[in-house]
Write a protein that binds this ligand. Structure first.
Ligand SMILES: *Cc1c(COP(=O)(O)O)cnc(C)c1O
Length: 374
């Protein structure tokens, strides 16, 4: 265990060229949003995802907003989003003046439930955002088939799934547009930052236009649309490039963490649902997330408090967005998302975690759960 005797739930891993590249920005004074790291990071990221275009931006939230603006989402439109996600997925729809329509989760990986999508399509529905929750890809075959049938666009919110694959293809290449976050707790970080990916030249051009305040690339100070300042700085991109150079290491170390947890917690299968994997998916282990089975009487939040008492930080699963004040609708009932939101918790998951750390978490979890069921 680390010397403080405290295990955080997440921690960035900055073991590569981050300092060297950032220093280069400072020494050359290319500290703002023009510079070679922005270009290099974008092109390496596009290559990594297997797409033609990657457009860097200021956050995962701005990436979602740019993708929806590029796709022409506006007032009167509806966009289907899973309720069990970070609130940014829904907020980006609201920023466009459109309405997010919430969809339930499938019980396996907690991602958007394709069967429930079909029920929520209306004449106003323009598209669907699939979220690769906790690093496990959504069922993209089912989502894309439904979208094609109904003439909808698909955006994948891959904020939690850098490097994950579905049927062999990387997250970011699985829909009309992909979006990523580089917040400090994500698999690749730039401090704050985001990326939009796409194979479509027009969508990429539109995302760049909106990112840079809407200024026409051919005519300075001519603004054909109302855009945003969502640019990434060269310093952020310098960190991102160094991170991306080591992404295989980041992913492999997180995979080891998954195996250790799977092994250490295997005997608690009657009490805990451990993460499951769709046979078409190669997930990445963003946050190892378990769900208390219905027989467990201890409240999830009490378990979180007790683990904290042992120096272990965990985090509750997302509160489904349809239960939050800006979106609350008493008529909407999404039982799977609500159950996962109440009974799930994410355990410490990051590249520097050791097998001893994982054993410590598993011991503490076992003790509190068995005490409560005794
Ligand atoms: C982190 C996250 C975002 C938002 O990313 P920011 O960089 O914090 O704006 C969006 N969607 C999901 C699913 C996320 O986990």
């Amino acid at each position: 265990m680390n010397p403080q005797g405290f295990l955080p739930v997440a921690q960035p891993f900055l073991g590569g060229n981050e300092a060297k590249y950032v220093n280069d920005c400072l020494e050359t004074a290319w500290v703002s949003s023009i510079g070679r790291y922005v270009e290099e990071f974008e092109s390496l990221f596009a290559e990594y995802c297997g797409v033609r275009h990657a457009v860097s931006c200021s956050s995962g939230t701005s990436a979602l907003h740019l993708a929806l603006k590029a796709l022409g989402v506006g007032p009167g439109d509806e966009v289907l989003v899973p309720s069990l996600t970070y609130v940014a997925t829904a907020n980006a729809v609201s920023y466009c003046g459109a309405t997010p329509v919430f969809v339930d989760s499938e019980p396996e990986a907690g991602s958007i439930d394709p069967d429930d999508i079909a029920h929520r399509i209306s004449p106003r529905t323009r598209g669907v955002i699939a979220v690769h929750l906790y690093g496990h890809p959504a069922d993209m075959d089912a989502v894309r088939t439904l979208a094609r049938t109904h003439g909808l666009f698909v955006v994948e919110d891959a904020a939690e799934a850098h490097g994950a694959r579905w049927c062999g293809a990387r997250a970011g290449s699985l829909a009309d547009m992909g979006t990523f976050s580089f917040f400090g707790n994500k698999i690749v970080t730039t401090g704050e930052g985001g990326m939009v990916t796409t194979d479509d030249d027009d969508l990429a051009r539109a995302a760049r236009l909106y990112r840079g305040q809407g200024m026409d690339p051919e005519r300075r100070y001519w603004f054909p649309v109302i855009g945003f300042n969502y640019r990434m700085t060269n310093i952020q991109a310098a960190i991102g490039l160094a991170q991306l150079e080591m992404i295989e290491t980041h992913i492999l170390r997180r995979e080891a963490v998954r195996r250790w947890y799977d092994g250490q917690l295997a005997d608690l299968g009657g009490i805990l649902e451990l993460p499951r994997c769709n046979p078409s998916a190669e997930p990445v282990n963003w946050l190892y997330t378990v769900v208390l089975r219905d027989t467990v009487r201890m409240h999830r939040d009490e378990l979180i408090r007790r683990l904290a008492g042992d120096g272990i930080e965990t985090r509750p699963t997302f509160i489904p967005v349809h239960l939050l004040p800006p979106y609350h609708d008493p008529d909407v009932n999404l039982p799977v998302a609500e159950r996962l939101g109440e009974r799930g918790l994410s355990l410490p998951t990051y590249a520097a975690l050791t097998e001893d750390d994982v054993a410590h978490v598993a011991r503490s979890l076992r003790r509190h759960l068995l005490e409560s069921s005794a």
